[in-house]
Design a protein around this ligand. Structure first.
Ligand code: HEM
Length: 410
């Protein structure tokens, strides 16, 4: 009798979790084709620039703000609204962890062979150090100088260099070694590398040259395409919206008028570029460089009455909220006035992500875009060379030919 009772207990021990798993309600949706799942539809919509339709169609079909699908062989829960974004940006490392494709580890190898996801804490620490407010202030004048030079000479040389990740890491390492020597005998200028050389990891250790080089390359990759295409898209919108262009020009001319011709821009000047930044935000809303981000559930997650099993992917999608008419009425329209006053409500406008992994380059990006806009609109007028240039949408939305323009010095 005692034996049977033990057997029953053992049976229940196994059955109850199984029953629980069986009865729990997964988010509505479908897994699509074996292995391929709904990958083709997802990426073909991304390619056509209507990934928000992939989300909106399912949201409507299932009457739910979360749905399940399957992408590149993984079961994925896609979160479609503000609450979903808030949930994903607020529970990192408690319920899920950041997920990156394994290609990242080949592109940006780290000295201790740790995965990039494990390394991202130290990357953020390094970047927080080199991109913090008072350090960024020091960069403004230099960035303005470089931007002026860039606009006078070659617009594209860096693009070719970015292809050679190994070569660049080696070059960076050499620059870092040289900077170490320079620091010994002079009070050399403060830039990204000299700040990085002073940053320490969680154990108070300085970063080694190889890791600084790899982090630097990672940051450049994250920065280059996003900034380059955003600036191109802003130029495109300015040519298409003369009223907006005139307001940007007025704002930037007012700033330029108070400066002597050789003066560099200052931090205070940057704070005055409110309208220009609203224009950039509207370009980022309509042409978000990032599709969104993926997390991996590290435990069974309950959300909105649904169960997301451990190991599933969880995806936030920038376009899902950016193109939702509830948050942005008439979402297809380019209208920088949406960002005036308090601007859009929290978690609706998320081109830089949010939470623990929010883009650490956000402030730097704001500086770079505003400094570029200042120099380009105060020094040139331009005309598009291809009137109806096709727009490519994936991986980053941008004009297909790179927006060739004819520049007229003012
Ligand atoms: C318009 C410009 C930019 C946009 C739209 C952008 C957007 C993003 C987004 C959406 C993420 C992922 C956030 C998440 O997973 O929650 C990200 C991550 C990141 N960004 Fe940016 N970014 C921009 C510029 C920059 C710049 C200028 C830098 C460096 C100077 C930078 C460095 C990084 C790095 C290192 C990460 C990875 C952070 C981590 O995994 O914790 N980004 N960015």
């Amino acid at each position: 009798m005692v034996m049977e009772f033990h057997h029953l207990l053992l049976l229940l021990w196994f059955l109850i979790p199984l029953l629980y798993l069986f009865l729990r309600k997964l988010p509505p949706g479908r897994s699509g084709w074996p292995l391929a799942g709904e990958t083709l539809d997802f990426f073909s919509k991304a390619n056509q620039g209507c990934i928000h339709k992939f989300v909106a169609d399912r949201r409507k079909k299932y009457s739910s703000n979360i749905f399940r699908t399957s992408l590149i062989g993984f079961p994925v829960a896609i979160f479609c609204d503000v609450e979903g974004n808030k949930f994903l940006f607020s529970n990192e490392n408690k319920l899920f962890k950041h997920w990156l494709p394994s290609a990242f580890d080949k592109l940006f190898p780290k000295s201790n062979n740790k995965l990039n996801t494990e390394h991202s804490k130290s990357l953020r620490k390094l970047l927080a150090f080199v991109l913090k407010g008072d350090v960024l202030r020091e960069y403004v004048g230099e960035m303005d100088e470089v931007m002026k030079h860039h606009l006078q000479t070659d617009w594209n040389s860096f693009r070719r260099a970015i292809k050679a990740s190994k070569l660049m890491r080696e070059e960076f390492e050499e620059m870092i070694r040289q900077r170490k020597i320079d620091r010994l005998d002079s009070s050399s200028g403060k830039d990204f590398i000299s700040h990085a050389l002073q940053a320490t990891d969680d154990n108070g250790q300085l970063f080694n040259e190889a890791d600084i080089a790899s982090h630097l390359l990672g940051a450049l990759q994250a920065a280059y395409g996003t900034l380059h295409h955003t600036i191109t898209n802003i130029m495109m919108y300015l040519t298409e919206h003369p009223d907006v262009y005139n307001l940007v020009l007025r704002e930037q001319k007012a700033i330029a008028r108070l400066k002597k011709s050789k003066d560099r821009l200052s931090w205070e000047d940057l704070r005055k570029m409110k309208y220009s930044w609203n224009v950039a935000c509207e370009a980022l809303r309509l042409k978000s460089p990032a599709l969104g981000g993926f997390k991996e559930a590290i435990t069974d997650v309950d959300y909105g009455g649904y169960a997301i099993p451990r190991g599933w992917m969880m995806h936030w999608n920038a376009h899902a909220t950016h193109m939702n008419p509830e948050y942005f009425p008439n979402p297809e329209k380019f209208d920088p006035s949406r960002f005036q006053g308090d601007g859009p409500s929290s978690y609706t406008f998320v081109p830089f992500g949010g939470g623990a992994h929010m883009c650490p380059g956000y402030e730097y990006a704001r500086l770079a875009i505003c400094i570029f806009l200042h120099n380009v609109v105060t020094k040139f007028r331009w005309e598009k060379l291809i009137p109806n240039e096709k727009i490519l949408h994936y991986p980053i939305p941008r004009p297909a030919q790179g927006l060739p323009v004819l520049l007229y010095p003012l």
